[in-house]
Design a protein around this ligand. Structure first.
Ligand code: CP
Length: 308
């Protein structure tokens, strides 16, 4: 592949190849000397048009640990503020010959559009409600390591599915790997058409969590709501917030996931989120660096082969 724009374009074997390579980087990242040279001499530019902690930090560390020259564009201070368009901005940076462009944008499809205009590899770091492919890959690696496999698992994805690119990318990935997927939430946040992806839709946590191997909570995306999606945060927490009592409905060894950033006491109980016997939230962050190293290495390798 030329770019990593979405899980939609990946096959089962593409997904397995990225996860297998990422395993090597999990080991490297745990050593005191975390240096490899797979991206040595290459230039990586990170362009985040939307806030980020995990994705931006891990893409930067991933590039640096592989020896790339990494530049973070401060989009708030860029000429976008003077009215320059996304495409003109991308073309300007493209003229400086980057090899990897990592892009997050609030509009669905913006990263795909940009990828058509530049000659380097583009990695989607989240576009609107569309896709967040490296998040789904890091979630997949976390699940595979915790459960020993990435197929025939029952995965419950709970909460604000409607606004979530994380849910969408996970739904596609977990479906491709032949898992059983359940979406749980109020109808305003889990539109019925998501059943088209092969998922079962539940309105009640008590039905949907039964026998789940993985419970993936989603952030309530207030910035993408214009009111009316939930009655109140208190009522939402009562019905859909994950706590120990609701988790007891899932399998006894079910793991708890959350992509972050978390709203403690809204979609998840803070104590449960911190319970290292059930929650793999910190592992998800750890896997994020390894998966991004693997994804960038594979794209760089592809570009080298094409150029040769
Ligand atoms: N999970 C995730 O994408 O987090 P950030 O928005 O902090 O990057």
């Amino acid at each position: 592949h030329r770019h990593l724009l979405g899980i939609e374009q990946l096959s089962q074997s593409d997904i397995t190849a990225i996860l297998d390579l990422a395993e090597k980087y999990v080991e490297l990242n745990r050593q005191s000397l975390k240096h490899a040279d797979e991206l040595s001499g290459l230039t990586q530019i990170n362009m985040f048009f939307e806030n980020s902690t995990r994705t931006q930090a891990s893409f930067e560390l991933a590039g640096k640990r592989l020896g790339a020259d990494v530049m973070n564009m401060a989009m708030q201070a860029s000429s976008i503020k003077k009215g320059e368009t996304l495409i003109d901005t991308a073309m300007t940076l493209n003229a400086m010959h980057p090899d990897l462009l990592v892009v997050r944008h609030p509009q669905s499809g913006a990263v795909d559009l940009l990828a058509q205009k530049v000659n380097c590899a583009v990695l989607n770091a989240g576009d609107g409600r569309h896709e967040h492919p490296t998040q789904a890959l890091l979630d997949a690696l976390t699940i595979r390591r915790a459960k020993g496999r990435l197929h025939r698992l029952t995965v419950a994805i709970c909460g604000d599915v409607a606004h979530s690119r994380v849910a969408r990318s996970n739904l596609i990935l977990l479906g491709k790997m032949e898992n059983r997927i359940r979406l749980i939430g109020p109808p305003t946040l889990v539109p019925g058409h998501f059943a088209e992806f092969g998922a079962e839709v539940y309105e009640d946590m008590s039905d949907g969590l039964k026998d789940a191997d993985v419970v993936m909570m989603l952030r309530l995306q207030k910035e993408r709501m214009d009111g009316g999606f939930i009655p109140s945060e208190r009522e939402y927490y009562h019905r859909y917030g994950l706590d120990a009592a609701k988790l007891a409905l899932a399998k006894p060894d079910a793991i708890v996931m959350h992509p972050g950033p978390m709203n403690r006491g809204v979609e998840i109980d803070g104590t449960l989120a911190d319970d290292i016997n059930r929650s793999v939230i910190q592992e998800q962050v750890e896997m994020g660096v390894a998966v991004r190293m693997a994804a960038m290495e594979l794209l760089a390798r592809h570009h080298r082969e094409v150029a040769a």
